[in-house]
Design a protein around this ligand. Sequence first.
Ligand code: FAD
Ligand code: NDP
Length: 588
Amino acid sequence: MPPVDTDTSPIKARIQELIDTYPVVIFSKSFCPYCKQVKELFKGLNVTFEVLELDLIENGSNFQDVLLGMTGQKTVPNVFVNKTHVGGCDKTLQAYKDGHLQQLLGAESAMYDYDLIVIGGGSGGLACSKEAAALGKRVMVLDYVVPTPLGTSWGLGGTCVNVGCIPKKLMHQTALLRTALEDARKFGWEFSEEVSHNWETMKTAVNNYIGSLNWGYRVSLRDKNVNYVNAFAEFVEPHKIKATNKRGKEVFYTADKFVLATGERPRYLGIPGDKEFCITSDDLFYLSYCPGKTLVIGASYVALECGGFLAGLGLDVTIMVRSILLRGFDQDMANRAGDYMEIHGVKFLRQFVPIKVEQLEAGSPGRLKVIAKSTETDEVIEEEYNTVLIAVGRDACTGTIGLDKAGVIVNPKNGKIPVNDVEQTNVPHIYAIGDILEGKWELTPVAIQAGKMLARRLFAGSSVKCDYVNVPTTVFTPLEYGSCGFPEEKAIELYGEENLECTVPGRDNNKCYAKIICNKLDNDRVIGFHYLGPNAGEVTQGFGVAMKCGVTKEQLDSTIGIHPTCAEIFTTMEVTKRSGGDIKQTGC
Ligand code: FAD
Ligand code: NDP
């Protein structure tokens, strides 16, 4: 065994040299998990550091003895920042949490109240703020709901929870139960009484469920150390916002970084009577009375879903369509979804737009007269309804949040925010996620994924980006329509009809229909998936995974189906659209 050098003065000189030379020095042991944690912290802060692994040098234990003499601490990690002794793992993490570490580092973030302020507590904002806080950041999220023109308002959680996916799906399920009841009779169930639906009971059940979710979000923010403030936020300077609560009290907060996640709100038509007498989806789920005979204006996701479930509840529903159904979706599928709705009682008034809404009688519901004109001829029509639901798209909530004061560029045509592939706006410390993004999907899981990934990139050194390609989605029409990848029209435009193969089995007896589009130039890879049938959301989710893995037609053919299901059809598709073969299903 070689003699050990017990003269500590050269070691002390070496330690002092390291401390004097490098802004951050970590005396560490390569296998120690606490040392690893501290190194990760500095990596996350993008701070370079010098490490001396004491287990990998010959006289490491002598270094520890000298460090004990210098700092009173023998254990590792032993951290120095800008010549100041910080301590071990716990002390370093604590110093980071209370901002002392950032001050020692001279970091810009130490100058601010928060590392991150998120504006908007919806799907994207909540996901991002919770993730950032879990990574040890000082995070604030502000959420504030501006009441609708009719005064409807709600709690924390954003569109999805309060006025979107959740209440919509619950009401859609309520409507499907009616169909199930009808089926039940056919299979021998006997009800002694006439079955009827009570709107108020449904509304109370839906609202109670939403209330429990609002509460759950508040608790989870508290548990995760996110500071939640129920106030409207607007920029007053690039790093400073004003938060105004419902009593008008103003408080100012600063942050190193900001995430905009303010979502969208329903657009009005700008015709006489729209804001005074009509409702939007923001009111529908809280309506205290049954809407009665209803006109739905619009022909996309919101209009078809709401019109679908209202008709399913037994109401007289008309949908006024300006041009086509479900713009951007495969039109063959969209029209089939519409045909099914028509057969099941929804009336479509095609190629008409409203020009005026008048109140004939106030009430719950009252009576409204709608005057509409044709988009093709001079024809003007009028009709009476109890309720008019406007579902003509949504506007990004970016107009009143002081983005000009922060220098953030907004598309003046639609209020959307352009970002690069890491969701960064033109102002480097301000990011944006969710529905307000230009040219991205307006879906809850997309906003959540973007929010989480962003927090990890900002604060954990990750480089993983949100993948906006092949996002599966489902329109919850009475017969649900799930899709992933390209609509047939878009696939033809991009690849040419001759390079594609569409395979299409249908089910004539109940209007189910399925179609996949394959790229012949790429091993028959599936580039479009379309399914019209029950439980389309559940079915489409799995195929979305398969498409992310690059599934080919051959792989679908070699997959064994689950019988008897609707989804098994994708494992046995044989008829190509080009062949014009019979697509009616026979057998079980
Ligand atoms: P949001 O969830 O809208 O959250 C934004 C929050 O910020 C809101 O609470 C807002 O009040 C708040 N806010 C705005 N400005 C400020 C400010 N200045 N200060 C403080 N707070 C502010 N998606 C699906 O994936 N599946 C579905 O089935 C589905 N169904 C839908 C049904 C309907 C009727 C609607 C309208 C939408 C539906 N969506 C669905 C879309 C989905 O709800 C949105 O894509 C999602 O909620 C977007 O999340 P976000 O975080 O961008 O914004
Ligand atoms: P969209 O922007 O998708 O559609 C707007 C509809 O309104 C179109 O049919 C459009 O017709 C019509 N329209 C627009 N202006 C007028 C007008 N002046 N007069 C008459 N009709 C008009 O909006 P939605 O509100 O339906 O959906 C917003 C987003 O919310 C969706 O993109 C979707 O991402 C999300 N969402 C998702 C759901 C889900 O996942 N199941 C459910 C609901 C919403 P035209 O085609 O002629 O322009």
